[in-house]
Write a protein that binds this ligand. Structure first.
Ligand code: PMP
Length: 437
């Protein structure tokens, strides 16, 4: 598999030393899953497809880290952006497009009375945690093992197994001590809320860890809502992935959850940089600036950011949310994901692979080593054999399919039956090749 991969990607291979020379571990933007011994370098995308610099075409299940529910370079998003490009990129002042954007978000997302724009999903979770602390006057945040909320200091404890050490070095002990990492277990939550007076909020991925790689137990979000309400603790629903994807109104609409705050990014900008925090008036009230003498008494949450509510992101976001509001893209993505999961399952069964296929809404996950994930916790589900994961990603890449991580993917509303059936056939071939090796 690797030999074929190297053969198919001569230009990506050739440029690799230049990346290594300029970027830590050769990676310009972030750590992440790449193929060995080098990643493919991408040239462009359109709809559900993308092309690398060697001309290989892929059906894409990364979809801009799940930000592209409308597919790559959607014509209406491109037109909206083209329409404003020459008007200037920053004024440090309100624009009409920002108002339209905010109104669309408040209309779509049930819990959002007020919204504040930020620069990314990580900034959204960081701000939401501060708002929760300010609203309650308490300090600690409870989070679940393995849930992903970005890369900032407060969400490194508990991010990856083993959960008793932060997923990154460089995190101050005081920050670590302010975060309580728990398994997704309501008894553990109740115990923590009863035994610690200093808890401001609970943050949770709406889907379960990593867009549903580790699903939540039945009734879990309702239980979190009930317990947080009983204890006067802020419930933060991280909808960076699920917002505008699980439904036009996110997981809160699809699952009927009623959080105090939610965090949003990705689809909200139509795939440009940006994000937002939204929530109930009474919680967002700590962001209200009263009077003009805020320097002598700090009675509010201070928040800034040069590129918050950027006009280009607003134009792109408005175009995207206008289409999201129709519900058509969500419905198509969900339908195609169901078809894909069924097809992958059929291959697994026919070839008698000890694996299972699962996923909610427009996502899919593969787990190798068991025929069901029932009863498995985060440390098990996040610890598949690395060799299998690497081989699968690469065996699919050489067959024209790319995943979001090594064993998971997300769809867009532009994936069609042709793409799905192509993918199932590629998966069949990939499994056959892996069995041979
Ligand atoms: N929360 C969740 C649930 C996410 O999936 C992500 C990113 N994948 C983030 C927060 C962080 O968003 P960003 O990468 O825009 O900082």
């Amino acid at each position: 598999i690797q030999e074929q991969y190297i053969r198919m990607n001569p230009r990506s291979r050739e440029t690799q030393p230049s990346y290594q020379a300029r970027f830590p571990s050769g990676s310009p933007g972030h750590d992440g899953y790449t193929s060995d011994p080098f990643p493919v370098v991408i040239a462009r995308g359109s709809g559900p497809r993308k092309w690398d610099i060697d001309g290989n075409e892929y059906v894409d299940y990364g979809m801009g880290s799940a930000s592209l529910l409308l597919g790559h370079a959607h014509p209406e998003v491109v037109a909206a952006l083209s329409g404003v490009l020459a008007d200037g990129s920053h004024f440090g002042a309100p624009t009409e497009s920002m108002l339209e954007w905010g109104e669309r978000i408040c209309t779509l997302m049930p819990c959002v009375d007020k919204v504040r724009f930020v620069g990314s999903g990580a900034e959204a979770t960081m701000l939401a945690m501060r708002v929760a602390r300010a609203h309650t006057g308490k300090e600690k945040i409870i989070r679940w093992e393995s849930h992903y909320h970005g890369w900032h200091d407060y969400v490194m404890p508990g991010n990856l197994p083993p959960f008793d050490v932060p997923a990154s070095i460089g995190i101050p002990q005081g920050t670590i001590d302010s975060i309580i990492v728990l398994p997704t277990d309501l008894a553990a939550l109740e115990n923590a809320l009863n035994s610690d007076e200093n808890i401001a909020g609970v943050i949770t991925e709406a889907s379960g860890a990593s867009y549903g790689t580790v699903p939540l137990p039945d009734g879990f979000l309702d239980g979190v809502r009930r317990l947080t309400r009983e204890h006067g603790v802020v419930m933060i629903l991280d909808e960076v992935i699920t917002g505008f994807r699980w439904a036009p109104g996110g997981a809160q609409e699809r699952l009927g959850v009623d959080p105090d705050l939610c965090t949003m990014a990705k689809i909200i900008t139509g795939g440009l940089p940006g994000g937002a925090v939204g929530g109930r008036d009474e919680v967002m009230a700590v962001m209200h600036q009263t009077g003009d003498s805020h320097h002598d008494r700090y009675e509010r949450v201070l928040h800034g950011g040069t590129f918050n509510a950027n006009p280009y992101a607003a134009a792109s976001g408005n175009a995207a949310l206008r289409l999201v509001a129709t519900g058509e893209y969500n419905a198509q993505a969900d339908l195609m994901a169901e078809r894909l999961r069924a097809g992958l399952r059929e291959v697994v069964d026919r070839r008698e692979v000890n694996a299972t296929v699962y996923g909610e809404s427009s996502t899919f996950h593969l787990f190798f080593g068991a025929s069901s994930i029932d009863g498995m916790d985060a440390s098990r589900l996040k610890n598949q054999p690395a060799q299998i994961q690497r081989s699968l990603r690469q065996a699919l890449q050489v067959r024209g399919v790319d995943l979001m991580s090594r064993t998971s993917g997300v769809l867009s509303g532009t994936h069609t039956e042709v793409d799905i059936d192509f993918t199932i056939e590629a998966f069949d071939g990939a499994i056959a090749a892996m069995m041979e090796e």
